[in-house]
Write a protein that binds this ligand. Sequence first.
Ligand code: ZN
Length: 315
Amino acid sequence: MLKTSGIHHITAMVNDAQRNIDFYAGVLGLRLVKKTINFDRPEVYHLYFGNESGEPGSVITFFPWQKQLKGRIGTGQVGVTGYIIPTNSMEFWENRLQKFGVKVETSVRFGEKYLKFNDPDGLQIELTERNEGPTNNWSFGEVDSEVAIKGFGGATLNSAQPNKTANLLENILGFGSIGQDEGYLRFRSEAQLGNTIDIKLLPSVRGLMGAGTVHHIAWRAKDEEEHHKWRALLEEKGYHPTEILDRNYFKALYFHEEGGILFEIATDPPGFTVDEPLEKIGEKFMLPSWLESKRDELESALPSVKARVLKGEDL
Ligand code: ZN
């Protein structure tokens, strides 16, 4: 049976590109691992943040577009994006977020404590301490590898049909069922990062796509051969996957699940070093070969942005 090892990446929409970089790199200390454009809409940036190498299971990506209306988080979307931090680092993160004027709360589910907050566009983020997951050797500003976010712990899904989404996770995508707590069903996969998915059972308002909401969640396929098998399996099970698209850093296919959430399956290879060396990823504005001839035109239409170390002022 095919099994995904877990989350490949999560993609969300925001308004301002520099504010987005300031939060995910400047405050959270993630590495900006790729600065490119939305291949389907080249007038919009596509920014990728992850651990040192931008490993699958650590990558959050954004389409920043200033004119986009604000969305609403609700059913048919990923609700909360969860990261894991090293044990004994939660106090550091609580202090750091407060230093930047970010309001934090804590909650507990499945016996784990979560530090919860919103990013500047209203996306819901949580941090939890776990032993598992490789140390992230990327240091940025005051965030060093002792406290650095390792990657995703998981995500919570606001499904319009929780039981159908649960069935898809368990019986098609290959997650194991863990149980129920605090109104959530929990599922786990085998990867070290991005392995824990919680489905919210209580209904929430209907989600509206827009700035401050997650656009889709991508699951891992280990290579192109497996990717084709996933596509065939999804069709056999009655889903309507798109054709396989070349996203330069991975191959992608998309489908809607019954609960209204846009799912993607993405290949692990080739990753972010396909067009830049590991020491330099994220520094330059990168384009796929088929858009390289339009570089000047595309680059001049976008604001100039970069990852920068922030002091303790409010965002
Ligand atoms: Zn994607």
